[in-house]
Design a protein around this ligand. Structure first.
Ligand SMILES: Cc1cc2nc3c(=O)[nH]c(=O)nc-3n(C[C@H](O)[C@H](O)[C@H](O)COP(=O)(O)OP(=O)(O)OC[C@H]3O[C@@H](n4cnc5c(N)ncnc54)[C@H](O)[C@@H]3O)c2cc1C
Length: 395
């Protein structure tokens, strides 16, 4: 039987891949999306109910067009579907002179304010006293200060992925889930993609495999990609409504060491599908893992550390009762910048991943960029810093 020849195949239908499939399908491309699981799922990097989004991107000005375009796309998706994808809550980034000393971005509070100033984003820098006055559940130290962006908030990642996949399907895309891609080969007329059960042909291929991207990159360009196990906790609130987005901002709290970096998320209303409890996230970079071997059990000691060491001294209103905890994966390059590029051997294949801890807010526009690269051979935004060459083993 002759297999169907698609314009495009997208491998991996998480944050980046679902967005790419949606964008390509709405442009009229015949597209096949393949995922080894059934997105949205909780085995990769895009689960856990909420993701922070803010407009001043201190990780680098190169990300500014991505977040702006993504915000337009989220709003458009909300209008098309009547679904709520974003909750405005305001957002705080709390730090001090000592936190600036270790953070890889330097003074994240200061850099956020500088970028906000440059791009005309409404913001304030407020003192510890002012933080307490406005947000009495928080207990900063006297030497801490915060960047505050009132229009910032949280996205609902599972809903964003589900919505984009649904709209892609409505625009004609074919979606295969529970099918693992094992290889691909480009030739003069197209690309053959092989899975555990079948093979498919397309003119172009996008690889958006998240933490599994290493398996699909050329062997010469896997250097420096690390996958780090991260923890998401939900602790019981004395009064959960006090943490809803209308009353409580997200908080990125940069302490004095790398182990003292954590975030608190506003809790979307239960009637809007929010998860019970209040979500807290830590970060760690010292231990790497493999996505298929990662320990997915969050231990009692890890829960106690989250509550006793990080939460209790700084946040009121939570009880030491863990309602749920999950493992999530950061995929990191050495310089912590994204990867968006053509395959070094063929422009039929586009690669995307290493989005570290800040990829979701940009993902709608990353998907659009991937679709442009695949369908047009180039893209609107500057992606020069996201090149694959820097991952060469010898680089
Ligand atoms: C705990 C945590 C908190 C975060 N907080 C924020 C935040 O607040 N704000 C923010 O902007 N970002 C945040 N991020 C980062 C952001 O969530 C990620 O950058 C983004 O979700 C990554 O999307 P992805 O598409 O690359 O990966 P994923 O969504 O994991 O998608 C990859 C997909 O590829 C599939 N796949 C892999 N291999 C194959 C194969 N061989 N065949 C078929 N399918 C395959 C997988 O099943 C998966 O569905 C956070 C991440 C974590 C872990």
């Amino acid at each position: 039987m002759t297999a169907r020849h698609y314009d495009l195949i997208v491998v991996g239908l998480g944050a980046m891949g679902s967005a790419a499939l949606y964008q390509a399908s709405r442009r009229g491309a015949t597209a096949l999306g393949i995922d080894r699981f059934d997105p949205p799922h909780s085995l990769g990097s895009s689960h856990g109910d909420t993701r922070i989004t803010r407009s001043a991107i201190a990780e680098g000005e190169i990300y500014m067009p991505f977040v702006r375009r993504s915000n337009e796309i989220w709003r458009d998706l909300e209008a098309r579907t009547g679904r709520r994808l974003f909750h405005e809550s305001g957002g705080l980034i709390i730090g001090s002179d000592s936190s600036a000393a270790f953070h890889f971005q330097g003074d994240f509070v200061e850099t956020s304010a500088r970028i906000a100033q440059k791009f005309g984003i409404p913001h304030e820098v407020i003192s510890a006293d002012e933080i307490i006055r406005r947000f009495p559940l928080l207990r900063p130290r006297p030497d801490e200060r915060a960047y505050y962006e009132a229009d910032a908030g949280v996205l609902r990642p599972e809903r964003c992925i589900e919505t984009q996949l649904e709209l892609a399907r409505q625009a004609g895309a074919t979606i295969h889930t529970g099918e693992k891609v094992t290889g691909y080969e480009a030739d003069a007329s197209g690309v053959t993609v092989t899975t555990e059960t079948a093979s498919y042909r397309a003119a172009k291929l996008i690889l958006a495999a998240g933490a599994w991207i290493g398996e699909l990159l050329p062997e010469t360009h896997r250097g420096g990609i690390r996958v780090c196990r991260q923890l998401i906790h939900w602790f019981e609130a004395e009064d959960r409504s006090a943490f809803e987005p209308s009353r409580f901002p997200f908080v990125i709290w940069i302490g004095e060491t790398l182990e003292d970096f954590w975030s608190v998320f506003p809790a979307p209303p239960l009637e809007d599908g929010g998860m019970d409890g209040v979500k807290l996230v830590t970060e760690q970079y010292h231990t790497s893992t493999q996505p298929d071997e990662v320990d997915r059990v969050v231990t009692a000691a890890e829960k106690a550390d989250m509550y006793q060491r990080l939460t209790r001294p700084r946040l009121k209103g939570l009880r030491e009762r863990s309602l749920q905890a999950e493992v999530c994966l950061y995929t990191l390059t050495r310089d912590e910048q994204f990867l968006i590029d053509f395959h070094p051997a063929t422009e039929r294949v586009v690669l995307a991943s290493p989005c570290s801890g800040h990829g979701f807010k940009h993902s709608a526009a990353v998907g659009q960029t991937l679709a442009q690269l695949a369908l047009d051979g180039g893209c609107e935004f500057d992606i020069s810093a996201f090149n694959l060459a820097r991952l060469r083993d010898s680089a």
